[in-house]
Design a protein around this ligand. Sequence first.
Ligand SMILES: [Zn+2]
Length: 121
Amino acid sequence: MVADDRQNHDETALAEAILEGARRRPKQSFGTYFDGKGGSCALGAAYEGIYLLPTNVAEAMPHRLDRFFHCLESVSRRCPAGCKKHIPIGAMIIHLNDDHHWTREGIADWLEHPPTVVKGD
Ligand SMILES: [Zn+2]
């Protein structure tokens, strides 16, 4: 595999974006990127962390984040909450947020500290 370094960087940057977005909107939302009441889900926070949206954004649907974070579609991980799902990171972030109600900080931490399988080479 050639892309390991870039992927790790990607995931760290994504985690930082989520944390930045979560700082801006302390309330977490579920089932929607932005709930119109000041909350954001983990991907909404990532989006906001990148673009620093105005605080009155409500229904705006983000453009596809996978243009900015290759890992969202290209890297799959097993669900850290133990439900046997193995899906791309972008879908997993939504899954952890909506289905397991993980905090955005928890999701960011999981992104930054992957359960390393094997060190290559
Ligand atoms: Zn799960």
